[in-house]
Design a protein around this ligand. Structure first.
Ligand SMILES: [Zn+2]
Length: 349
């Protein structure tokens, strides 16, 4: 299975927070024959171990993390007219919802988030809040709707993966891009360090899976692989601040997020590796958003943690865009950074 085959399958799988089973299945199939141990924990995290090559007495144990879940919608009720009420799971802008096709539940029942046609629209119509929107599955009434869809079921956007050349489009690259990177790392050669891989659940609702995974692994250090907003958004306009990250300029190394300050020793180490190996990278500046690092770093006595992300345009909307070279450079940067981690680097300054 190639990187793009995995990326397509992962992107098209539905796995809203707490309902990651379809994604988990793809990952287990992809890594099973390439790791020494793999298990699914109580919350649904996939925890795999790929031991170091050679016989070292005290190997550095590096946790690598990518989250399996994606933002989406949950069905919370039905209206008398047969349409379904829903709420967001994770951060979604209400403005991106009207007119989108969604797939509901394990049977992937198609529905559309209704919006009036332009013929019936008024110039001064306000953007509707999510509470005022409804999913139309074509049911004649409330009972008919609840005969095919159950309250509590999740819905995702019906977005196919497409190649646009070096750039690809699809849904849920946050964080299926990270999952694809982590799969490649596990399928690759053994490194001089133990790799403790966590494909986590429930990141988008508060980094819950990662918290448990980090406690179970008790690692020496952690690298979180995620997707981060690229704000080089077309159409290009003159901006008085440079974009935070942009497509095609390499993985983004986080210095700080809403929930964490990356371990300065690890940031220095990762950037040093990138410079020496000629791997392009960009510094992800402070701003909104967080990663599983916020859950891993404060575990037990504290875990030195850094986040490295694939820049992605339009994340947390029905479709996002990433550059495959950024994905490949992320694999290379994480592999080299993990391989060269030593207890000396991690010694308190
Ligand atoms: Zn993410």
């Amino acid at each position: 299975m190639s990187l793009t085959t995995n990326l397509k399958a992962l992107s098209e799988a539905n796995g809203v927070s707490g309902d990651e089973g379809a994604v988990r299945k793809i990952i287990l199939n992809a890594i099973r024959d390439h790791v020494d141990e793999v298990r699914v924990d109580t919350l649904g995290n996939v925890l795999a171990i790929k031991r170091a090559r050679g016989k070292a007495t005290r190997r550095v144990r590096v946790m690598l993390d990518a989250h399996m879940d994606e933002i989406g919608l949950m069905i919370v009720g039905a209206n008398d007219d047969g349409t379904l009420q829903f709420r967001a799971v994770g951060g979604i802008d209400d403005r991106s919802l009207p007119g989108k096709v969604v797939l509901i539940g394990p049977d992937r029942i198609p529905g559309v988030i209704g919006t009036p046609p332009i013929h019936l629209a008024h110039g001064d119509d306000e953007v509707k809040k999510i509470e005022a929107l409804a999913i139309d599955i074509g049911a004649a009434g409330k009972d008919a709707a609840l005969g095919v869809v159950t309250i509590g079921q999740m819905a995702t956007f019906n977005t196919r993966y497409r190649s646009l050349g070096t750039t690809v489009s699809g849904k849920a690259f946050d964080d299926r891009a990270g999952c694809a990177v982590l799969i490649e790392l596990l399928r690759g050669p053994r490194l001089p360090v133990d790799l403790l891989a966590a494909f986590t659940v429930q990141e988008e609702v508060g980094g819950r899976g990662a918290h448990v995974a980090a406690y179970a692994f008790d690692p020496d250090a952690a690298i979180v692989i995620d997707a981060t907003p690229a704000n080089d958004l077309p159409p290009s306009i003159e901006q008085d601040v440079s974009p935070n990250t942009r497509l095609g300029h390499g993985p983004a190394v986080y210095v700080m997020t809403r929930s964490t300050v990356s371990d300065p020793r690890l940031v220095k180490h990762v950037i040093g590796i990138a410079d020496r190996r000629g791997i392009p990278y960009q510094i992800r500046q402070p701003g909104g958003g967080g990663t599983d690092a916020g859950s891993i770093a404060p575990t037990r006595g504290g875990v030195p943690t850094v986040s490295i992300s694939v820049p992605a345009r339009y994340i947390h909307t029905p479709v996002s865009l990433i550059n495959l070279n950024d994905v490949r450079h992320t694999i290379e940067l994480v592999r080299e950074s993990a391989a060269r981690l030593t207890s000396t680097i991690l010694r308190p300054a």
